[in-house]
Design a protein. Structure first.
Lengths: 115, 112
């Protein structure tokens, strides 16, 4: 089955630790995105990548880092510099070259809690 | 002014009711519009794209009014399974690789 997977589903971290969230897709999509969602809030864009080996900061990139070494993978690292990391993290992908250009499809999310 | 605004609700309706949500957007250059559905503690899932001519998918009808910069979603014959949060989503740049801005969502609760 084609789709987007994220792991782990739940993640607990101590303050001061870096943690990496996994996102993999087998949809052959060029573009991938990371969002965070806080309770009662809309999704906010952290980073996005339109092609392998390239990525751009979104609206709230501070305290996060990403890499895009492979088309199917876009891991997100939450660093200790992120002041309020507890949130629901969602990865998405899209295929800008198709006619339905910017529809984004989401993975199941990772719920990060900082203890 | 917020880029995408929605009434947060909740909308509490009985089964079988018709309910409508509106959403306004601020960027007049926006070209792509969507409604996503998000269940509690789950990821958003695409419900339908919104086209200039309006579109219908079963019990769901979406309309776009570019002059007034709003999008609507109409749900007829509401089912218990329609209970969810509905996100209005707008493409900011209007281009093929632009990014999407999500509204905070409108919560719908359908009661028996």
């Amino acid at each position: 089955d084609g789709g987007i997977t994220q792991s782990p589903k739940y993640l607990f971290r101590k303050e001061g630790q870096n943690v990496t969230l996994s996102c993999e897709q087998n949809l052959n999509h060029d573009a991938m995105y990371w969002y965070r969602q806080d309770p009662g809030q809309g999704l906010r864009l952290i980073y996005y990548s339109q092609i392998v080996n390239d990525f751009q900061k979104g609206d709230i990139a501070e305290g996060y880092s990403v890499s895009r070494e492979k088309k199917e993978s876009f891991p997100l690292t939450v660093t200790s510099a992120q002041k309020n990391p507890t949130a629901f993290y969602l990865c998405a992908s899209s295929n800008p070259r198709r006619g339905d250009t910017d529809t984004q499809y989401f993975g199941p999310g990772t719920r990060l809690t900082v203890l | 002014r917020k880029e995408v605004e929605q009434d947060p609700g909740p909308f509490n309706v009985p089964e079988g009711a018709t309910v409508a949500f509106n959403c306004t957007y601020s960027n007049s250059a926006s070209q792509s519009f969507f409604w996503y559905r998000q269940d509690c503690r789950k990821e958003p899932k695409l419900l339908m794209s919104v086209y200039s001519s309006g579109n219908e998918d079963g019990r769901f009808t979406a309309q776009l009014n570019r002059a007034s910069q709003y999008i609507s979603l109409l749900i007829r014959d509401s089912k218990l399974s329609d209970s969810a949060t509905y996100l209005c989503v707008v493409n900011v740049w209007g281009g093929s690789q632009g990014n999407l801005i999500f509204g905070k969502g409108t919560k719908l609760s359908v009661k028996p």
